[in-house]
Design a binder for this molecule. Structure first.
Ligand code: NAD
Length: 333
């Protein structure tokens, strides 16, 4: 049995609580938020703290779940790890590439501590099957890929939690906060990216500091082109899509279903993602799967989870898109 504690009782914490409660090998021993109104959201009987250091000292968790604004991820992860506590940290892994490298170096110098990053979409059944087919080389190598994230965030989204939409607390806008998962999948599935050129924009007049829309043209190491389009300026949240073309096959992930595109352009359904009952439709069940896998890696002392080092490229790509958006130039990766 492993003891878990949660730091940050905002929107995403409910998924962590549900995942912990669904796993009979984990007990929740404490939750924490600086906002003491969040006490009412603590599950019954679970001690609530407003200071995470006090919570860790008093409850001695094996794992802390970091569900905090982005600017706190690394410093809190580091403090917990130095107390000997394993860390399961929400995305993004860092505010920018420089902090990401520091985090990866920290991870490398503390191999006894497991630090997992929550890029859960890698465990979607659709992604697992597609990745396996790519890795087995059945359809040849990549000839093109597209990732699209047409989402909607109302102005209140930024007003209720003012850390969002600001450079020094969120580290960016629609990429680091929303579409980092899709960007992660583009290189996870497509392979090494050589360079990119991008535009970043604010289409919404919300008065936030950061981008709400991006378009990036990617060039993979084998020369294959890619396109990444992400926005928070759509009129509603629509499904993320990834289309991927290999030398001898074409695939589409849309609305959490993997299709093979047949020679006559029809969609043949191959795999549908499972969903976590009682949660928002677009979260899927992969949070729970990744959390189970993380605890299993501690129990069995294996390395089977998404490490800090595995997620560094997502931040490298975001930094490169921001740089290209500022300068109008192609950026080497
Ligand atoms: N993996 C996913 O699909 C996914 C989805 C949504 C959010 N997230 C990530 O989860 C994290 C949290 O996002 P959210 O939307 O839940 O944010 P949120 O603003 O709703 O919640 C953050 C909470 O942290 C609390 N907090 C701030 N400073 C604190 C401190 N020093 N000690 C304790 N508590 C503190 C705030 O009071 C707030 O309740 C972010 O990194 C976000 O990117 C991930």
């Amino acid at each position: 049995m492993k003891k878990a504690a949660i730091i940050g009782m905002g929107v995403i914490s409910s998924i962590h609580i549900a995942s912990i409660q669904n796993n009979p090998q984990i007990t929740l021993v404490g939750v924490c938020d600086i906002d003491d109104k969040k006490k009412s959201e603590a599950p019954e009987g679970i001690p609530f703290f407003t200071d995470y250091k006090e919570m860790i000292r008093e409850t001695h968790p094996d794992v802390v779940h970091i569900c905090l604004p982005h600017y706190l991820h690394f410093s809190v992860a580091k403090w917990a790890a130095l107390m000997g506590v394993h860390v399961f940290c929400e995305k993004p892994m860092a505010m920018n590439q420089a902090e990401g490298r520091e985090f990866a170096d920290f991870e490398a110098s503390h191999p006894e501590i497991h630090i997992g990053i929550c890029l859960q979409n890698r465990l979607n059944e659709s992604v697992v099957l597609l990745k396996d087919m790519i890795d087995r080389g059945i359809y040849g190598s990549l000839t093109g890929i597209r990732g699209t994230v047409p989402w909607h965030r109302p102005k209140e989204y930024y007003e209720v939690q003012p850390w969002r939409g600001k450079w020094n607390t969120a580290g960016g806008g629609c990429m680091i906060n929303q579409s980092v998962h899709t960007l992660d999948l583009l290189y996870y599935l497509g392979g090494e990216i050589k360079e990119l050129k991008a535009v970043t924009a604010q289409l919404l007049d919300y008065g936030i500091e950061v981008e709400d829309t991006v378009a990036a043209r990617l060039t993979f190491s084998n020369g294959a082109p890619g396109l990444f389009l992400a926005t928070n300026a759509n009129y509603k949240n629509e499904g993320v899509q990834i289309s991927l073309q290999l030398e001898r096959g074409e695939f589409l992930i849309a609305d959490n279903i993997l299709y093979r595109i047949t020679e006559d352009g029809e969609k043949e359904k191959l795999q549908e993602d499972s969903k976590m009952p009682g949660t928002k439709f677009y979260y899927g069940a992969s949070h729970g799967k990744l959390i189970d896998r993380f605890y299993d890696s501690i129990e069995k002392n294996n390395q089977n989870y998404i490490h800090v080092r595995d997620s560094l490229m997502s931040i490298r790509l975001i930094d490169a898109i921001q740089e290209s958006g500022r300068t109008g130039k192609t950026v080497k990766i």
